[in-house]
Design a protein around this ligand. Structure first.
Ligand code: 1CP
Length: 365
């Protein structure tokens, strides 16, 4: 059996076998009952962990994403330490964009920086479609991880067209996304050409991860909350829809997440994912009404709460679980990524608490 077939088999196996397809995480994504509410953390691999800082000490961020041995080790670190219900591939949203020919770097303390920001049709044309060979290190890392993880599901991910376009047009992180919006409003054809090209790159990148055996994918549209619902529907939704529709036959749950998207949740739910991620601003019961009955929710503890004394953390975890109870499926997470100053012990305690409070002993696994 080729490794490719093995990856597919891992997803399609008998649900009673205890493999990733039967995990608490995948079951919750599919709105099926499970043994407890699953929990993982966005940015669980990374600077909150001393073992991560050590392994990254002399390796640049992009280089570490291109070394399957490092990707595997860093991805496994939070699984070993916290006992989370899912691993997320260690990579970055700009990895496929670099593979598509864009000259960029991930600068420590800043984030992605693009050498020549996109401003013209020629700039868009230079972003070439990618194949497995352009990101073979990701294919290799996913296959290694699937073997190492056993029954723990691995989440693959990519950036959504709007969030990726923002880095490409601004040249780096931006608070206002002013140049991106100016391009959107002032040159809508160019905008749609750029977003369309990025949707192709993103879909191809996610396909590589699915073919290598990931158990779920998350599409990060982290900065979509900068848009009004009308602009989101006109300029962004069709492109994110194209990515998610392209994975409809992939056989793995699709998660779609953004920050500050309270007003966009109904529209984002229409993008076609199985699970919608919610930040801490919108209570999960309110979010569930906006998202609708046919999708699970993921979230939404404020990452800053983890910096507070334990009784506060415990009360907030209880509240999030309570407000998530009415959702057709709930994956516990933060409302955005783990902050670097978070004490890792707190994350471990949160995992144990979520499992304890949500345990359903009657579940026949
Ligand atoms: O030197 C370092 O350690 C660099 C910090 C870092 C890390 C650990 C960056 C730079 N990226 C990553 C890894 C990463 N990026 C993961 C790892 C998997 C995990 O969650 O454990 C993931 C999922 C991402 C995705 C990512 N990159 C997003 C979407 C998620 C989110 O947080 O909203 C975004 C917006 C990025 C861009 C990016 N890359 C790095 C930084 C610091 C940023 C944000 C820059 C900004 O504020 O605009």
């Amino acid at each position: 059996m080729s490794t490719d077939t093995a990856g597919t088999a891992a997803r399609d196996e008998d649900p009673r076998s205890g493999g990733p397809a039967d995990s608490a995480f995948v079951r919750a994504c599919r709105r099926q009952p499970g043994p407890h509410t699953p929990v993982w953390f966005m940015r669980q691999a990374g600077r909150s962990l001393p073992e991560y800082r050590e392994i990254r000490a002399n390796v640049a961020m992009l280089e570490s994403c291109r070394r399957p041995d490092l990707v595997t080790e860093i991805t496994l670190q939070p699984v070993r330490r916290h006992g989370v219900d899912a691993a997320i591939l260690f990579s970055d949203i700009v990895v496929p964009v670099a593979a598509a020919g864009v000259d960029l770097d991930i600068v420590p303390g800043t984030g992605p920086v693009v050498a020549e920001p996109v401003a013209s049709r020629e700039d868009v044309e230079r972003i070439h479609p990618i194949t497995r060979d352009d990101v073979s290190y990701v294919d290799e890392a996913v296959r290694m991880l699937v073997k190492e993880l056993g029954g723990t599901p691995l989440i693959g991910f990519a950036g959504a067209p709007f969030t990726l376009a923002s880095y490409l047009v601004e040249g780096g992180p931006s608070r206002t996304h002013a140049k991106t919006k100016a391009l959107m409003y002032g040159a809508p054809h160019l905008w749609h050409a750029l977003a369309g090209r990025l949707a192709e790159v993103t879909l191809a990148f996610l396909r590589v991860q699915v073919d290598a055996g990931v158990s779920a994918v998350q599409l990060f549209d982290s900065w979509a909350g900068a848009l009004s619902e009308a602009d989101y529907r006109r300029f962004v939704l069709p492109h994110s829809q194209a990515v998610l529709a392209g994975l409809a036959d992939a056989g793995v749950p699709r998660i779609h997440f953004g920050v500050g998207t309270g007003e966009l949740l109904t529209a984002m739910a229409e993008a076609g994912a199985d699970v919608v991620g919610v930040d801490w601003r919108t209570p999960l019961d309110v979010a569930t009404r906006r998202i609708g009955p046919d999708k699970a929710v993921q979230g939404n503890l404020d990452p800053c709460v983890l910096l507070a004394p334990w009784p506060v953390v415990e009360a907030e975890v209880r509240r999030v679980l309570e407000q998530g109870r009415g959702a057709p499926g709930h994956v516990f997470n933060l409302g955005h990524g783990v902050l670097p100053e978070t004490h890792p012990e707190v994350l471990t305690r949160v995992v144990a608490l979520v499992h304890e409070l949500s345990a359903r002993p009657a579940h026949q696994g």
